[in-house]
Design a protein. Structure first.
Length: 161
């Protein structure tokens, strides 16, 4: 756990890897992408380019599902969330509530980056989850320890006047 007393140091950092079912699904999608890409490319001509594109897009999607972690960092100024190809930042001054567990009025299931309505986003890879309510909406994130996450956000919020 990072030292929250160091100047500018993160109060909390979590790197949550995809759960086993997501790894299996991602590997399956990647395998389908490879098989389809190679099959299309074997036709020759322009099919080679289409096959390689298929291999890269579908295989890449499978890799992101199987291996893409959700990284959450809490500092005194903001909550930073990243997932391959997508990131989000919520300024600590905009946070109005935080809680451990799934978010209210949200689906809370599935994986990846999901839009769940106006201002409502989820970054999920399975496992425990926490929810941040902010002035622009709501953000649900997979974290290693939701209670430590909540404590870090509450402590960071206390420093805001």
């Amino acid at each position: 756990m990072p030292d929250p007393t160091a100047p500018g140091a993160p109060r909390y950092r979590s790197v949550t890897s995809p759960s086993t079912p997501l790894v299996v699904v991602g590997a399956s999608v990647a395998a389908v992408g490879v098989i389809c890409g190679l099959s299309i490319a074997s036709l020759g001509g322009w099919s080679v380019a289409v096959g390689l594109a298929c291999l890269l897009v579908i295989g890449g999607l499978g890799w992101i599902v199987a291996r893409g972690p959700v990284t959450v960092t809490v500092t005194d100024r903001a909550i930073d969330v990243s997932y391959p190809l997508a990131s989000r930042r919520v300024d600590m001054a905009d946070v109005t509530d935080v809680g451990a567990g799934d978010h209210v009025n949200g689906f809370g299931y599935g994986w990846g980056v999901r839009w769940e309505g106006k201002g409502k986003w989820a970054y999920r890879v399975g496992g425990p989850m926490a929810t941040v309510v902010h002035r622009g909406g709501r953000l649900g994130v997979s974290v290693e320890d939701p209670h430590d996450f909540v404590e870090a956000v509450v402590a960071a919020r206390q420093g805001i006047a």
